[in-house]
Design a protein around this ligand. Structure first.
Ligand code: DAH
Length: 370
């Protein structure tokens, strides 16, 4: 190989002398010398992995590679000698390219060429396990508590008609209580809207099932509210409905008391405050003793020691009648709670917007909770 290169060099130098190329002879001689060294280095190169072959390509044949930079020398060669010099450079380029092809074939063609570079004892790539969303974690917990009490899960559409969202739930048109729930209307006449509460699922269940009915209805609801730390245009509720003979307010209280103890622990106290909902009579809101300050008073409970977690009551006879359920024979209770509120109390999340911003720094904190 070396002899071959030397004779080639001699041949070129002779050619240049013949061509009267003496002027450039010194610098050209050193360039030829360099090319010769490169050729030796290249001939000796070994590359037994795809990465090494690629590194070879970049080093010698890439846009900033050696072949390009040697080619750049052409500009300092006078026109009449460009042909001879170009021949040398072209030969060099072909030499590098054929070496590259050989290296490539060895790697792609012969598995044994790269076989010894695979370390089968290396651990595999880890599979990234995601995290359940905190709202889903809490919703699942709520659902599972009520399932243990014999409640089945029912779901309904998020796009509702006026009847299921309002009318059937004893909120006739122009009823002032409709103002409590700013509504996104999709269509005016007939009215199609984004459901403002999961109470609409109560209506759908009563429409299709006969008592005894015992369901919980988790789902997303929408209200036309300005987004802030305390309000959002969508949030999540879990609705409950129990209709049978002889269902009483005592059953309602005991069921919800059981739920609170399962959800927040045995030490948490509850209280019921009289309230108003068109679909229940009597109605009550349920508070639990503040988990943050233990009832002493803090910002979360607005220094009352209590936080409201749900609305509830005995199903209004009119609602039962709307679905042909005999209100003289059957009674029932219902309740509705906000999943965001329960999650806030469980995990001290104080800004509602965090739930839908998809910030992994927030979501990652729930790794391991299932
Ligand atoms: N639908 C009510 C709301 O969104 C919550 C509610 C209150 C549901 C009392 C009920 C209930 O089933 O009995 O504010």
């Amino acid at each position: 190989m070396k002899d071959g290169l030397n004779s080639e060099k001699t041949r070129i130098l002779e050619l240049w002398q013949k061509l009267g190329f003496n002027h450039y002879l010194r610098s050209m001689e050193s360039l030829l010398q360099k090319i010769e060294e490169f050729k030796q280095e290249i001939a000796a190169t070994e590359a037994n992995t795809a990465e090494l072959v690629e590194a070879f390509r970049i080093k010698y044949l890439g846009t900033k590679g050696l072949v390009k930079s040697v080619m750049g020398e052409m500009k300092s060669v006078p026109n009449e000698h460009k042909k001879a010099f170009g021949q040398v450079l072209n030969d060099f380029k072909l030499f590098v390219e054929s070496k590259f092809e050989t290296l490539k074939e060895n790697v792609v063609g012969g598995a044994e060429a790269i076989g010894n570079t695979i370390d089968l004892t290396l651990p595999g790539d880890p599979i990234t396990v995601g995290t359940r969303h905190p709202l889903n974690i809490v919703r699942n917990q709520i659902v599972s508590i009520f399932q243990r009490l014999g409640f089945a899960v029912a779901e309904g559409p998020e796009i509702e008609d006026d009847w299921h969202n309002f009318g059937a739930m004893n909120l006739p048109e122009d009823h002032p209580a409709r103002d409590m729930q700013d509504t996104f209307y999709i269509n005016q006449d007939p009215a199609w809207l984004l459901r403002t509460h999961t109470s609409s699922v109560q209506a759908r269940v009563m429409e299709t099932q006969k008592p005894p009915i015992r369901v919980i209805c988790p789902g997303r609801v929408y209200r036309n509210e300005t987004i802030s730390a305390r309000a959002h245009c969508f949030f999540h509720q879990v609705e409950g409905l129990y209709i049978d003979e002889n269902v009483s307010f005592a059953d309602l209280k005991q069921t919800l008391y059981f739920f609170v103890q399962e959800m927040f622990g045995k030490d948490v106290k509850v209280r019921f405050r009289p309230s108003y909902f068109p679909f229940t009579e009597p109605s009550a809101e349920m508070d639990i003793s503040c988990l943050i300050c233990g009832g002493d008073g803090c910002n979360i409970c607005k220094h009352t020691g209590w936080v409201e977690i749900l609305g509830s009551g005995m199903v209004h006879p009119k609602v039962l009648d709307n679905f042909g359920i005999d209100s003289n024979k059957y009674t029932g209770f219902a309740f509705g709670m906000g999943v965001e509120r329960i999650t806030q109390l469980k995990y001290q999340v104080n800004d509602l917007r965090l739930y839908s911003q998809n910030d992994v720094r927030f979501l990652k904190q729930f790794t391991g909770v299932v």
